[in-house]
Design a binder for this molecule. Structure first.
Ligand SMILES: NC(=O)c1ccc[n+]([C@@H]2O[C@H](COP(=O)([O-])OP(=O)(O)OC[C@H]3O[C@@H](n4cnc5c(N)ncnc54)[C@H](OP(=O)(O)O)[C@@H]3O)[C@@H](O)[C@H]2O)c1
Length: 248
Protein backbone atom coordinates (compact mmCIF):
# COMPACT_ATOMS: atom_id res chain seq x y z
CA UNK A 1 0.00 0.00 0.00
CA UNK A 2 1.09 3.64 0.33
CA UNK A 3 0.28 4.24 -3.33
CA UNK A 4 -0.70 7.60 -4.82
CA UNK A 5 -4.14 6.95 -6.32
CA UNK A 6 -6.67 8.97 -8.36
CA UNK A 7 -10.30 7.84 -8.61
CA UNK A 8 -13.00 9.52 -10.72
CA UNK A 9 -16.67 9.29 -9.82
CA UNK A 10 -15.74 9.10 -6.15
CA UNK A 11 -18.58 11.15 -4.62
CA UNK A 12 -21.02 8.20 -4.57
CA UNK A 13 -21.53 4.50 -5.17
CA UNK A 14 -18.71 2.22 -6.22
CA UNK A 15 -16.08 4.97 -6.60
CA UNK A 16 -16.71 6.31 -3.12
CA UNK A 17 -16.52 2.84 -1.53
CA UNK A 18 -13.29 1.99 -3.38
CA UNK A 19 -11.72 5.33 -2.41
CA UNK A 20 -12.54 4.80 1.25
CA UNK A 21 -11.34 1.20 1.20
CA UNK A 22 -7.98 2.05 -0.41
CA UNK A 23 -7.46 5.01 1.95
CA UNK A 24 -8.15 2.81 4.98
CA UNK A 25 -5.64 0.30 3.59
CA UNK A 26 -2.94 3.01 3.51
CA UNK A 27 -3.10 4.64 0.07
CA UNK A 28 -3.36 8.39 -0.51
CA UNK A 29 -6.40 8.81 -2.73
CA UNK A 30 -7.25 11.88 -4.82
CA UNK A 31 -11.00 11.81 -5.30
CA UNK A 32 -12.78 13.48 -8.23
CA UNK A 33 -16.44 14.10 -9.08
CA UNK A 34 -18.57 17.20 -9.65
CA UNK A 35 -20.16 17.44 -6.16
CA UNK A 36 -17.53 19.12 -3.99
CA UNK A 37 -19.60 18.85 -0.78
CA UNK A 38 -19.77 15.05 -1.15
CA UNK A 39 -16.01 14.86 -1.73
CA UNK A 40 -15.40 17.00 1.38
CA UNK A 41 -17.65 14.70 3.41
CA UNK A 42 -15.81 11.64 2.07
CA UNK A 43 -12.45 13.23 3.01
CA UNK A 44 -13.44 13.31 6.69
CA UNK A 45 -13.84 9.51 6.80
CA UNK A 46 -10.09 8.82 6.59
CA UNK A 47 -8.48 12.17 7.48
CA UNK A 48 -5.40 13.11 5.47
CA UNK A 49 -5.67 10.17 3.08
CA UNK A 50 -8.60 11.32 0.89
CA UNK A 51 -7.90 14.51 -1.06
CA UNK A 52 -10.78 16.18 -2.96
CA UNK A 53 -10.04 17.15 -6.58
CA UNK A 54 -13.44 18.39 -7.87
CA UNK A 55 -13.80 17.78 -11.59
CA UNK A 56 -16.29 17.31 -14.41
CA UNK A 57 -14.63 14.62 -16.54
CA UNK A 58 -16.48 15.85 -19.64
CA UNK A 59 -14.37 19.07 -19.44
CA UNK A 60 -11.27 17.95 -21.35
CA UNK A 61 -9.04 20.87 -20.34
CA UNK A 62 -10.05 20.59 -16.68
CA UNK A 63 -9.09 16.89 -16.72
CA UNK A 64 -5.59 17.68 -18.01
CA UNK A 65 -5.20 20.50 -15.44
CA UNK A 66 -6.40 18.29 -12.56
CA UNK A 67 -3.92 15.51 -13.32
CA UNK A 68 -1.08 18.06 -13.63
CA UNK A 69 -2.08 19.65 -10.32
CA UNK A 70 -2.28 16.31 -8.47
CA UNK A 71 1.15 15.22 -9.72
CA UNK A 72 2.74 18.63 -8.99
CA UNK A 73 1.36 18.51 -5.48
CA UNK A 74 1.99 14.91 -4.54
CA UNK A 75 4.25 13.33 -7.17
CA UNK A 76 3.59 10.62 -9.78
CA UNK A 77 0.31 8.72 -9.63
CA UNK A 78 0.82 4.99 -9.09
CA UNK A 79 -2.79 3.95 -9.70
CA UNK A 80 -5.66 5.59 -11.58
CA UNK A 81 -9.22 4.22 -11.44
CA UNK A 82 -11.49 5.68 -14.13
CA UNK A 83 -14.94 5.00 -12.75
CA UNK A 84 -17.10 8.10 -13.48
CA UNK A 85 -20.08 7.05 -15.53
CA UNK A 86 -23.81 6.69 -15.58
CA UNK A 87 -26.67 4.66 -17.01
CA UNK A 88 -29.66 5.73 -19.03
CA UNK A 89 -32.10 3.02 -20.09
CA UNK A 90 -33.86 3.47 -23.43
CA UNK A 91 -36.53 1.68 -25.46
CA UNK A 92 -36.40 1.61 -29.26
CA UNK A 93 -39.37 4.00 -29.60
CA UNK A 94 -37.53 6.69 -27.57
CA UNK A 95 -34.07 6.23 -29.14
CA UNK A 96 -32.38 9.60 -29.59
CA UNK A 97 -28.91 10.33 -30.97
CA UNK A 98 -28.74 13.40 -28.71
CA UNK A 99 -29.32 11.30 -25.58
CA UNK A 100 -26.78 8.73 -26.71
CA UNK A 101 -24.26 11.53 -27.33
CA UNK A 102 -24.65 12.68 -23.69
CA UNK A 103 -23.86 9.20 -22.39
CA UNK A 104 -20.94 8.82 -24.81
CA UNK A 105 -19.59 12.22 -23.61
CA UNK A 106 -19.47 10.99 -20.02
CA UNK A 107 -18.82 7.25 -20.19
CA UNK A 108 -16.53 7.12 -23.22
CA UNK A 109 -15.10 10.60 -23.87
CA UNK A 110 -14.76 11.44 -20.15
CA UNK A 111 -12.73 8.27 -19.70
CA UNK A 112 -10.77 9.03 -22.88
CA UNK A 113 -9.80 12.50 -21.61
CA UNK A 114 -8.54 10.94 -18.39
CA UNK A 115 -6.56 8.33 -20.34
CA UNK A 116 -5.05 11.08 -22.51
CA UNK A 117 -3.98 12.92 -19.35
CA UNK A 118 -2.40 9.99 -17.49
CA UNK A 119 -1.04 7.60 -20.14
CA UNK A 120 1.82 9.75 -21.53
CA UNK A 121 3.02 10.52 -18.02
CA UNK A 122 3.05 6.82 -17.09
CA UNK A 123 4.61 5.79 -20.40
CA UNK A 124 7.43 8.35 -19.89
CA UNK A 125 8.07 6.93 -16.43
CA UNK A 126 7.64 3.32 -17.59
CA UNK A 127 5.51 2.87 -14.46
CA UNK A 128 1.90 3.09 -13.40
CA UNK A 129 -1.37 1.21 -13.22
CA UNK A 130 -4.72 2.16 -14.77
CA UNK A 131 -8.08 0.47 -14.19
CA UNK A 132 -11.17 1.41 -16.21
CA UNK A 133 -14.67 0.64 -14.95
CA UNK A 134 -16.90 -0.76 -17.71
CA UNK A 135 -19.65 -3.35 -17.02
CA UNK A 136 -20.72 -6.89 -17.86
CA UNK A 137 -23.48 -5.02 -19.76
CA UNK A 138 -20.74 -4.29 -22.32
CA UNK A 139 -20.40 -7.98 -23.21
CA UNK A 140 -23.55 -8.23 -25.34
CA UNK A 141 -26.75 -6.36 -26.18
CA UNK A 142 -29.34 -6.36 -23.39
CA UNK A 143 -32.90 -4.97 -23.21
CA UNK A 144 -33.04 -1.13 -22.72
CA UNK A 145 -29.24 -1.05 -22.82
CA UNK A 146 -28.66 0.32 -26.33
CA UNK A 147 -26.92 3.46 -25.01
CA UNK A 148 -25.25 2.11 -21.87
CA UNK A 149 -24.15 -1.21 -23.34
CA UNK A 150 -22.67 0.55 -26.38
CA UNK A 151 -20.57 2.85 -24.17
CA UNK A 152 -19.35 0.00 -21.99
CA UNK A 153 -18.56 -2.25 -24.98
CA UNK A 154 -16.52 0.66 -26.36
CA UNK A 155 -14.54 0.92 -23.12
CA UNK A 156 -13.84 -2.83 -22.98
CA UNK A 157 -12.57 -2.81 -26.56
CA UNK A 158 -10.54 0.38 -25.98
CA UNK A 159 -8.81 -1.02 -22.90
CA UNK A 160 -8.10 -4.39 -24.58
CA UNK A 161 -6.56 -2.49 -27.51
CA UNK A 162 -4.42 -0.21 -25.32
CA UNK A 163 -3.08 -3.13 -23.34
CA UNK A 164 -0.77 -4.20 -26.17
CA UNK A 165 1.18 -0.90 -26.21
CA UNK A 166 1.01 -0.35 -22.48
CA UNK A 167 2.43 -3.81 -21.81
CA UNK A 168 5.47 -2.87 -23.89
CA UNK A 169 5.68 0.48 -22.11
CA UNK A 170 5.74 -1.06 -18.65
CA UNK A 171 2.33 0.35 -17.69
CA UNK A 172 -0.38 -1.94 -16.34
CA UNK A 173 -4.01 -1.60 -17.48
CA UNK A 174 -7.05 -3.54 -16.24
CA UNK A 175 -10.75 -3.58 -17.01
CA UNK A 176 -13.28 -3.71 -14.17
CA UNK A 177 -16.63 -5.27 -15.13
CA UNK A 178 -19.10 -5.18 -12.24
CA UNK A 179 -22.45 -6.95 -12.21
CA UNK A 180 -25.25 -5.26 -10.22
CA UNK A 181 -24.11 -3.13 -7.28
CA UNK A 182 -26.47 -1.23 -4.92
CA UNK A 183 -25.77 2.43 -5.69
CA UNK A 184 -27.72 5.60 -6.55
CA UNK A 185 -27.38 4.42 -10.18
CA UNK A 186 -29.15 1.08 -9.65
CA UNK A 187 -31.62 2.54 -7.09
CA UNK A 188 -33.43 3.89 -10.18
CA UNK A 189 -34.01 0.37 -11.62
CA UNK A 190 -37.50 -1.07 -11.22
CA UNK A 191 -36.59 -4.61 -12.30
CA UNK A 192 -35.09 -7.54 -10.40
CA UNK A 193 -31.28 -7.33 -10.31
CA UNK A 194 -29.87 -10.84 -9.84
CA UNK A 195 -26.94 -11.34 -7.44
CA UNK A 196 -26.86 -7.61 -6.51
CA UNK A 197 -24.12 -6.79 -3.98
CA UNK A 198 -23.27 -3.87 -1.67
CA UNK A 199 -20.72 -1.18 -2.55
CA UNK A 200 -18.49 -2.49 0.27
CA UNK A 201 -18.46 -5.96 -1.29
CA UNK A 202 -17.75 -4.42 -4.72
CA UNK A 203 -14.88 -2.41 -3.20
CA UNK A 204 -13.52 -5.62 -1.71
CA UNK A 205 -13.55 -7.38 -5.12
CA UNK A 206 -11.90 -4.35 -6.74
CA UNK A 207 -9.23 -3.87 -4.05
CA UNK A 208 -8.27 -7.54 -4.31
CA UNK A 209 -8.41 -7.54 -8.11
CA UNK A 210 -6.10 -4.53 -8.32
CA UNK A 211 -3.51 -6.48 -6.34
CA UNK A 212 -4.07 -9.66 -8.38
CA UNK A 213 -2.66 -10.60 -11.76
CA UNK A 214 -5.84 -10.84 -13.92
CA UNK A 215 -6.51 -8.35 -16.72
CA UNK A 216 -10.22 -8.37 -15.93
CA UNK A 217 -11.79 -7.74 -12.53
CA UNK A 218 -15.32 -9.13 -12.84
CA UNK A 219 -17.83 -9.82 -10.06
CA UNK A 220 -19.91 -11.18 -8.38
CA UNK A 221 -18.57 -14.55 -9.47
CA UNK A 222 -21.83 -16.45 -10.18
CA UNK A 223 -23.36 -13.61 -12.18
CA UNK A 224 -20.05 -13.13 -14.01
CA UNK A 225 -20.09 -16.83 -14.98
CA UNK A 226 -23.63 -16.48 -16.40
CA UNK A 227 -22.72 -13.35 -18.38
CA UNK A 228 -19.51 -14.92 -19.71
CA UNK A 229 -21.45 -17.97 -20.79
CA UNK A 230 -24.01 -15.72 -22.52
CA UNK A 231 -21.14 -14.02 -24.36
CA UNK A 232 -20.27 -17.32 -26.01
CA UNK A 233 -23.83 -18.25 -27.07
CA UNK A 234 -24.82 -18.19 -30.74
CA UNK A 235 -27.64 -15.68 -31.50
CA UNK A 236 -30.21 -18.45 -31.97
CA UNK A 237 -29.70 -19.38 -28.29
CA UNK A 238 -28.79 -15.93 -26.93
CA UNK A 239 -31.97 -14.00 -27.79
CA UNK A 240 -34.40 -16.68 -26.44
CA UNK A 241 -32.30 -17.04 -23.26
CA UNK A 242 -32.36 -13.28 -22.55
CA UNK A 243 -36.08 -13.18 -23.39
CA UNK A 244 -36.68 -15.94 -20.84
CA UNK A 245 -34.62 -14.13 -18.18
CA UNK A 246 -36.05 -10.63 -18.69
CA UNK A 247 -39.39 -11.10 -20.45
CA UNK A 248 -38.18 -8.80 -23.25
N1 LIG B 1 -23.97 0.08 -9.94
C1 LIG B 1 -23.87 -0.92 -10.79
O1 LIG B 1 -24.62 -1.92 -10.71
C2 LIG B 1 -22.83 -0.89 -11.88
C3 LIG B 1 -22.64 -2.07 -12.63
C4 LIG B 1 -21.67 -2.08 -13.64
C5 LIG B 1 -20.90 -0.96 -13.87
N2 LIG B 1 -21.11 0.18 -13.12
C6 LIG B 1 -20.27 1.34 -13.43
O2 LIG B 1 -19.60 1.74 -12.25
C7 LIG B 1 -19.36 3.15 -12.30
C8 LIG B 1 -19.90 3.77 -11.03
O3 LIG B 1 -21.28 3.49 -10.96
P1 LIG B 1 -22.15 3.70 -9.65
O4 LIG B 1 -23.20 2.68 -9.68
O5 LIG B 1 -21.27 3.85 -8.47
O6 LIG B 1 -22.83 5.10 -10.04
P2 LIG B 1 -23.29 6.34 -9.13
O7 LIG B 1 -23.59 5.89 -7.75
O8 LIG B 1 -24.33 7.04 -9.93
O9 LIG B 1 -21.96 7.23 -9.07
C9 LIG B 1 -21.46 7.81 -10.24
C10 LIG B 1 -20.28 8.68 -9.88
O10 LIG B 1 -19.83 9.31 -11.09
C11 LIG B 1 -19.74 10.70 -10.85
N3 LIG B 1 -19.96 11.46 -12.07
C12 LIG B 1 -21.07 11.50 -12.84
N4 LIG B 1 -20.91 12.37 -13.86
C13 LIG B 1 -19.65 12.89 -13.71
C14 LIG B 1 -18.90 13.84 -14.43
N5 LIG B 1 -19.38 14.46 -15.52
N6 LIG B 1 -17.65 14.14 -14.00
C15 LIG B 1 -17.14 13.55 -12.89
N7 LIG B 1 -17.80 12.63 -12.18
C16 LIG B 1 -19.05 12.31 -12.58
C17 LIG B 1 -20.80 10.98 -9.79
O11 LIG B 1 -20.49 12.14 -9.04
P3 LIG B 1 -21.06 13.63 -9.29
O12 LIG B 1 -22.53 13.52 -9.57
O13 LIG B 1 -20.73 14.30 -7.98
O14 LIG B 1 -20.27 14.19 -10.42
C18 LIG B 1 -20.64 9.77 -8.90
O15 LIG B 1 -19.58 9.97 -8.01
C19 LIG B 1 -20.04 3.66 -13.57
O16 LIG B 1 -19.09 3.75 -14.60
C20 LIG B 1 -21.05 2.56 -13.87
O17 LIG B 1 -21.38 2.49 -15.23
C21 LIG B 1 -22.05 0.23 -12.13
Amino acid sequence: MGRRVWITGASAGIGRAVAERLARDGDTVHVSARREDELDALATTVPGRLIPAPLDVTDHDAVQATVARIEERDGPLDLVILNAGTHQPVEAKDFSAADLRKLVELNVMGTASCLEAVMPRMIDRRAGHIAVVASVAGYRGLPTSAYYGATKAALINMVESLRFDLDEAGVRIQIINPGFVETPLTDKNDFAMPFIISTEKAADYIARGLNGSSFEIVFPKRFAAIMKNARLMPYRLYFPAIHKMTGK
